[in-house]
Design a protein around this ligand. Structure first.
Ligand code: NAD
Length: 308
């Protein structure tokens, strides 16, 4: 397969590029990334000279560039996004531009090319919060912050291209990822860094917000499976069922790093902070997927990676 991976210099995208090149010796990968503050070529250092991989610095909103790249691939996997909720609360504009208009640009270009798969990478956040039970793929979208609103917009656009233009779109919605190569603005890498340097770990509110955590390699395996075996027009939730309050995650990090609980600092809660996300995952399980790493195993690997 020849695959265009957008946002491939970011956290999950770079892990996915490595996964593809390691697992599929016949795959060829083009990474398209604008190298915003969140992306870095360092994340791809070991594959920059790989003959099966080409890195292109550019924007998914650049229609001419996207058209040129799309003409040469079988599949598009769209990770490119503004991804940090706190930044979207400060200013939503770049989120609308990249997450919505960027996705629309890719869809337009794909629609005029001979694409076998368009995998739109989405998030559990598009469903909004759920206090009891779990979200299934049929549940309505109820995004509650600007980041998730733009991701929901992108999902709906992608679905509409499938129904109106017959574009072979599949959407995945994954819970919170953690692992190597994540930007240090995000909770787990930031808290590992702070714990290791003796700085406070700022926990929002009372730390009771619940997230479901998946080790990034498990997500990459699921995305690869959906790309090859998923059914066009479907949405696949990808979740680990490893639900943790933010306080429990913080305590686990302090424990794994070997730092003191005194470093926990409760700070003003995020505006509109969703209380809990949780995904039902029967559909992806029918493809033969389940997570391999427990939260604790993944965290130990992640802490070792950042401390190294
Ligand atoms: P990230 O912020 O680490 O990476 C995003 C990448 O996109 C960066 O390399 C950035 O340079 C690039 N980018 C941004 N704007 C671009 C543009 N206009 N053109 C080209 N490239 C651009 O994000 P991540 O955490 O790796 O998330 C990747 C995708 O997965 C996103 O779509 C996100 O919504 C989704 N997702 C993330 C999580 C998570 O826990 N991190 C969970 C579910 C879904």
């Amino acid at each position: 397969m020849r695959i265009l991976v957008t946002g491939g210099a970011g956290f999950i995208g770079s892990n996915f590029v490595h996964y593809l090149l390691n697992q599929h010796e016949d795959d060829e990968v083009i990474t398209l990334d604008a190298l915003t503050y969140a992306g870095s070529k360092d994340n791809l250092a070991s594959v920059l000279d790989d003959s099966r991989h080409k890195f292109v610095e550019g924007d998914i909103c650049d229609r001419d560039l996207v058209t040129e790249l799309v003409s040469d691939v079988d599949a598009i996997v769209n990770f490119a996004a503004e991804s940090h909720v706190d930044r979207s609360i400060e200013g939503a504009k770049p989120f609308v531009t990249t997450n919505v208009q960027g996705t629309q640009t890719l869809l337009d270009a794909a629609n005029e090319a001979d694409i076998q798969r368009f995998l739109q990478i989405s998030t559990d956040e598009v469903y909004g919060q759920i206090l009891d039970g779990k979200f299934s793929e049929d549940d309505p979208l109820n995004p509650r912050n600007p980041y998730s609103a733009t991701k929901a917009g992108a999902d709906l656009l992608a679905q509409s291209f499938q129904t109106t233009h017959d574009l072979p779109v599949i959407i995945t919605r994954t819970c919170n990822n953690f692992g190597p190569r994540q930007h240090p603005e995000k909770l787990i890498p930031k808290f590992i860094q702070n714990a290791a340097t003796g700085e406070n770990l700022p926990v929002y509110g009372d730390g009771s917000n619940v997230r479901e955590w998946i080790y990034v390699e498990d997500n990459c395996r699921a995305l690869d499976l959906v790309l090859r075996k998923g059914k066009v027009g479907e949405i696949y939730n990808i979740g680990s069922h490893a639900e943790k309050t933010n306080l429990k995650v913080t305590e686990a990090i302090l424990d794994t790093v070997g730092a003191d609980d005194d470093l926990i600092e409760f700070v003003n809660d995020r505006a509109g902070h969703d209380q809990r996300y949780a995904l039902e995952t029967k559909k992806i399980e029918t493809l033969g997927w389940e997570p391999e790493y427990s939260f604790e195993e993944g965290l130990e690997r992640t802490v070792n990676y950042y401390l190294d």
